[in-house]
Design a protein. Structure first.
Length: 202
């Protein structure tokens, strides 16, 4: 499994500075505003080595949960987030978690899900009424994005990168977009979009 291989090296990757780190910073800002000091439960899907979970530690009244299918990633996350409940499971089994959450975060892992539509629907279903999902990922909005992400695939394995319009079609009827923002600190980085979504209750 490629993610077990990357687990011990993940923190030192160059993309931490220009991609992963800035994304976490934006996500934390959004979560701080959403929580506003109230009791909340958050599930970080594809939590990896637990960097975001660790950075959310100082948000008061936020109970944190993490999920990843890589045992090696979870092992490292547990070492730094011992008070966080962790699930070692594939995102396609998300419906097996028998509880609801106020918040879901999913950063940089959506392109690696083989059935993205199913995963988005399951995220919506395990959210409480009026719950929020913050989803961030690299997308192919230009020819340059396509070229840059071809190189990313060489180190991560198979991925399905979406366009903005594709993602909006995917979440139609499930989520309402509260905000979206592009993160690009360097011109050679592909487009990274951060979506703040609110559950649409039927």
């Amino acid at each position: 499994m490629i993610w077990n291989f990357w687990a011990k090296k993940y923190h030192g990757l160059r993309v931490q500075k220009y991609s992963l780190g800035p994304t976490r910073e934006k996500v934390k800002h959004l979560i701080t505003e959403i929580c506003d000091g109230r009791d909340r439960c958050l599930l970080d899907i594809g939590c990896g080595i637990g960097e975001l979970l660790c950075e959310l530690e100082d948000i008061h009244h936020l109970r944190r949960f993490g999920m990843d299918f890589s045992p090696n990633m979870i092992q490292i996350s547990l070492a730094k987030n011992s008070e966080v409940t962790h699930y070692v499971m594939d995102v396609h089994d998300l419906d097996k978690i028998e509880r609801q959450f106020d918040l879901i975060t999913c950063t940089h892992s959506l392109p690696y899900y083989s059935n993205q539509q199913k995963c988005i629907k399951m995220m919506q279903e395990i959210l409480e009424k009026d719950g929020r999902a913050i989803i961030a990922f690299a997308m192919v909005n230009s020819w340059f994005d396509k070229l840059a992400l071809q190189f990313v695939k060489l180190t991560t394995g198979p991925a399905i990168y979406l366009k903005d319009e594709d993602f909006k079609e995917m979440i139609h009827g499930l989520f309402k977009i509260e905000s979206q923002e592009i993160i690009r600190l360097k011109p050679y980085m592909p487009t990274i979009m951060v979506y703040d979504l609110r559950k649409v209750d039927k």
